[in-house]
Design a protein around this ligand. Structure first.
Ligand SMILES: *[C@@H]1O[C@H](CO)[C@@H](O)[C@H](O)[C@H]1NC(C)=O
Ligand SMILES: *[C@@H]1O[C@H](CO)[C@@H](O)[C@H](O)[C@H]1NC(C)=O
Ligand SMILES: *[C@@H]1O[C@H](CO)[C@@H](O)[C@H](O)[C@H]1NC(C)=O
Length: 919
């Protein structure tokens, strides 16, 4: 028994037993000497001496005994040997030297003061954590005493539990490096940010964000100390503002504010954390106190915390920087959460909403959608004054309209965040809206499934909704029209863009049914026609192939034929485009390269400053194509019909029918002239000759030669006479293609060729402007001399033949029927006749003296009629066999002279002789 030992020795023995962790003996000792080992002393001994590594369960019963003040009935024997050998003086001295720790430590809560057990538990917990690092042992120590005092419960839940979970349960690999007591002494913001600093950091942590908020934030709030009152008293949470609405004082719970900032900061960086947080956590109603208690807040506290949480959630929606369908679906779930908090019916999913396209209405006294309010999406999101983040039906309606807008755009591929949608709707910048709308339509077009009218019907509905957010056109709310994200854009503009998209996606019948057949007629006829033409031309200009049965040209073709009411066949624009397609398609049969290594594109034709010249390129690049004159004439005519010849002169009235016919005839001549040139280049004189005499010669009459009309007309035919002259200059070489059909008129190819050249030259004379006549005459004269020489040579050869020939040796009929002498005579005579009429002489005289010598002129006019004869002459030349050569030359000369007469007549102001005009 230890009843006999002195008080100092009891104390020393208790210290000894505590140090050895002999709880049983210590319990007995305390029981027997409860006067000496009173509660506080015993607790101090335990606090100081009991090893911190000792399991809590070993000494909790002792503590409970102390707490309950129970006395042991059958005390056991205690080994006193450790203190027996001390004298009383030694013992007293030793007790005095014991440095027992005090129970009260700085920073302990007021409620715990005067409660040794509470003080002990908290101090003991701190020491177990600091000395042994055994935080996990502490629940065993504390839980039995939860009912001992409210301060133990709130300390356990608000301090120990969060740190324990954070460091040992949730993120043991990344613990907070603070002791329990250091953690308790952190300010609210620092503590909360440490608690949450691992939350949602890794993808695999995302499902646990709700757990963290529930299990860390919730318990942490379970403490009155978390509430800050400016004056240190329990201030009224509500202050009444001028408007009469109750608003809450800011920053009453700094830790909660910290959590909200954590949330919004994450929203602006990683939407997944914010959205998961809000989806997974319902706020105050959703806390996990580990079964150690239940949360209870005053109504105003509860209201404050909930309002702030909802505001942060709304703020997060505006802050989310990612434009993706997933992120926006996340925003929608945020809205749903807030509506639930506000006891409102939730909106459907965005997918469903985008098919319903619900109307947006704002029946506040003043619209929230004003430019000034745009800054509220960026700044002071958590401020009470921010109406966008004030949890209310009004703010959620607006957020929903913005989210749905962003979703519709993003879904199509025109990525848009809530904030971007907000900027479009708040600021109402027309340019920005237009760019966004065009981008949207473009993406719709690029991502359009093949042949899906439903897709486009829906897209159009969405586009229109984005403009007015479903408000009826006529209906105006109390403060003007509702303007959606495309509110500044005219309905017509959007309809036109829609129509363009329909057409470029090949949705012709859909376009027809909406824009042409429907009674609603979204576009006026004029605009509709203009858009169709523009779309057709767009397709045309985009085409890479000149074949109208293919690619974009086919599209162009389809577009102008898709609207029979708007673009009937007699529509001038439709006709022009049809002609353009024909002209283009005409080129598709030929090789054509304007720039090296660049295939010819239809648009080049349309914008070419001289489209008909392209035919020249075709002729150059396609050997023998000059024989296909008819083809090229058609192409040229179609170019004229397509309006290419007079294109693009701004302010110029469309050509009159006379102008058109002039253009047509000019094009015809020019194309023919090109074929003549091409034929000559390829040494195909016969074809050139035939085009000159059959076409240029005959059509030449239609342009008034030498008249004043020549200058007045914008379309001067400088092509025909030049081509005729070129042909007239052509000299036969070995390369010259032989005529396929040799006329019987002359067996001598040189003579025949010279005659044909002279025909060409006389055609040139008929159609050339006066200033050029001299040049042509020079050529004509040389040609004539050559012909004379050739004829002479031939005559001589024939005479030589005749002279040397023997009638018997040559049984042919010719020399038999015509005596040689007669023949010679005839030739001499014809040459005599020619002499005074030398064309060269004639021209020289006429050019120099015409004005004075009227006699000469009238003698020239006498042969004016020869023009017509000349035209007939070629036929005669070809088809009348056996005519003497002299006769033919005369005819040629006559023809030339007739032309000259009219030309010179013009020079001196006389009326040209033009029999054609009389008809
Ligand atoms: C308009 O506001 C009143 C309250 O001012 C509210 O009861 C009503 O539901 C609102 N209307 C709509 C369409 O939101
Ligand atoms: C935002 O709009 C509201 C109207 O709903 C208006 O009362 C408020 O002054 C605006 N805020 C700012 C910052 O312009
Ligand atoms: C034009 O395209 C159609 C269809 O591909 C083809 O049948 C035709 O032969 C093409 N014409 C030319 C001249 O290439």
């Amino acid at each position: 028994m230890t009843t006999s030992i002195s008080a100092p020795k009891v104390v020393l023995l208790a210290v000894h037993l505590a140090t050895k962790a002999d709880i049983d003996s210590l319990t007995s000792l305390a029981s027997q000497h409860d006067k000496v080992l009173h509660t506080e002393l015993l607790l101090r001994i335990l606090l100081t001496c009991l090893p911190e590594t000792l399991k809590s369960s070993e000494y909790v019963s002792l503590l409970e005994r102390i707490d309950a003040d129970v006395v042991e009935e059958h005390p056991k024997d205690i080994d006193c040997s450790s203190v027996e050998h001390f004298t009383e003086t030694e013992a007293t001295k030793k007790v005095r030297r014991l440095r027992l720790l005090p129970l009260a430590a700085p920073g302990v809560s007021k409620e715990a003061l005067g409660d040794p057990i509470s003080l002990f538990l908290i101090q003991r917990a701190h020491r177990v954590d600091e000395e042994a690092g055994l935080l996990t042992q502490l629940p065993d120590l504390i839980v039995p005493f939860l009912d001992h005092s409210p301060c133990i419960r709130s300390w356990m839940i608000s301090a120990l539990l969060p740190l324990l979970r954070r460091n040992h349960e949730y993120y043991p690999d990344n613990p907070i490096h603070y002791t329990l007591s250091e953690f308790e002494n952190l300010n609210d913001r620092a503590a909360v940010s440490l608690l949450l600093d691992q939350t949602g950091n890794r993808e695999e942590d995302l499902p646990f964000i709700g757990r963290d908020l529930r299990g860390l934030m919730g318990p942490w709030l379970y403490n009155d100390a978390r509430w800050k009152r400016e004056d240190g008293n329990r201030a009224d949470l509500c202050v009444v503002s001028e408007s009469g609405e109750a608003t809450l004082k800011r920053n009453l719970c700094p830790g909660w504010e910290q959590m909200l900032e954590w949330l919004t900061t994450h929203a602006s960086k990683s939407w997944k954390v914010a959205v998961n947080a809000i989806e997974q956590w319902d706020g105050l109603d959703d806390v996990d106190l580990g079964g150690y208690g239940c949360m209870w807040f005053k109504d105003e506290e509860q209201g404050y915390l909930e309002q702030r949480y909802a505001r942060a959630a709304l703020a997060s929606a505006y802050l989310i920087p990612e434009a993706s369908v997933e992120a926006l679906a996340g925003v929608n779930s945020i809205i749903a959460k807030i509506m639930a908090l506000l006891d409102q019916d939730p909106y459907p999913t965005l997918q469903v909403a985008s098919t319903i396209l619900p109307p947006y209405s704002d029946n506040g006294t003043e619209s929230m959608l004003c430019p000034k309010n745009a800054t509220m999406m960026r700044n002071n999101l958590l401020e009470e004054s921010n109406i966008l983040t004030t949890p209310s039906a009004r703010s959620t309606r607006l957020l929903h309209a913005l989210t749905l807008s962003a979703f519709i755009l993003t879904k199509a591929g025109a990525l848009c965040t809530v904030r971007r949608a907000g900027e479009l709707a708040f600021l109402q910048h027309e340019r920005e809206q237009e760019a966004e709308a065009l981008n949207f339509i473009n993406k719709l077009r690029n991502n359009a499934p093949k042949a899906d009218d439903k897709y486009w019907i829906r897209a159009r509905n969405e586009l229109m909704w984005l403009r007015d957010w479903g408000a009826e056109e006529a209906e105006e709310s109390s403060h003007g029209k509702i303007h959606g994200v495309f509110g500044q854009l005219k309905k017509e503009f959007l309809e036109v863009e829609c129509l363009k998209a329909f057409l470029s996606s090949g949705r012709y019948s859909l376009a027809r049914s909406i824009f042409e057949d429907s009674p609603a007629k979204p576009l006026s006829n004029e605009v509709l026609e203009g858009t169709i033409i523009a779309a057709a031309m767009n397709a045309y200009d985009d085409a890479s192939n000149t074949n109208r049965s293919r690619g974009r040209l086919l599209e162009c073709d389809d577009i102008i034929h898709a609207f029979p009411k708007t673009m009937p066949e007699n529509n001038p624009a439709a006709q022009r485009i049809e002609a353009l397609l024909k002209a283009t398609h005409g080129l598709s049969k030929y090789r054509l390269v304007l720039k090296p290594n660049q295939p010819f594109r239809p648009v080049v034709l349309r914008v070419h400053s001289d489209p008909i010249s392209i035919i020249g390129k075709v002729l150059e690049q396609n050997p023998e194509s000059h024989t296909r004159l008819q083809d090229f004439l058609e192409i040229g005519a179609n170019m004229v019909e397509a309006g290419l010849a007079t294109r693009d002169k701004p302010g110029k009235p469309s050509p009159t029918s006379e102008e058109m016919s002039e253009q047509r005839s000019l094009a015809e001549k020019r194309v023919t002239a090109m074929c003549v040139d091409a034929a000559l280049t390829e040494d195909d004189f016969e074809t050139a000759y035939s085009y000159v005499v059959n076409r240029l010669g005959s059509i030449g009459g239609s342009t008034p030669v030498g008249s004043s009309a020549r200058q007045a007309s914008a379309f001067v035919d400088d092509y025909s006479w030049k081509a005729a002259l070129q042909a007239g200059k052509y000299r036969r070489t070995a390369r010259t293609l032989r005529p396929t059909h040799i006329g019987t008129s002359s067996g001598n190819p040189d003579i025949r060729h010279l005659e044909k050249r002279m025909e060409c030259l006389s055609a040139a004379l008929r159609i050339a402007p006066p200033a050029t006549l001299q040049e042509i005459l020079n050529v004509f004269r040389r040609c004539e001399e050559e012909l004379d020489a050739a004829v002479k040579t031939e005559d001589e050869q024939e005479s030589a033949w005749d002279d040397k020939g023997d009638v018997k040796a040559m049984p042919g009929a010719f020399s038999m029927t015509v005596p040689a002498g007669v023949k010679k005579q005839t030739r001499a005579k014809s040459r005599q006749e020619e002499a005074p009429m030398s064309l060269f002489e004639l021209s020289r005289v006429s050019m120099s003296r015409a004005q004075q010598n009227f006699n000469l002129l009238s003698s020239l006019q006498r042969s004016g009629q020869a023009r017509d004869d000349a035209q007939d002459a070629q036929g005669e030349l070809e088809h009348t066999p056996g005519q003497p050569k002299a006769r033919k030359r005369d005819q040629l000369r006559e023809a030339a002279v007739g032309t000259l007469a009219s030309g010179v007549g013009w020079l001196i102001g006389a009326q040209p002789v033009k029999p054609n005009e009389n008809e």
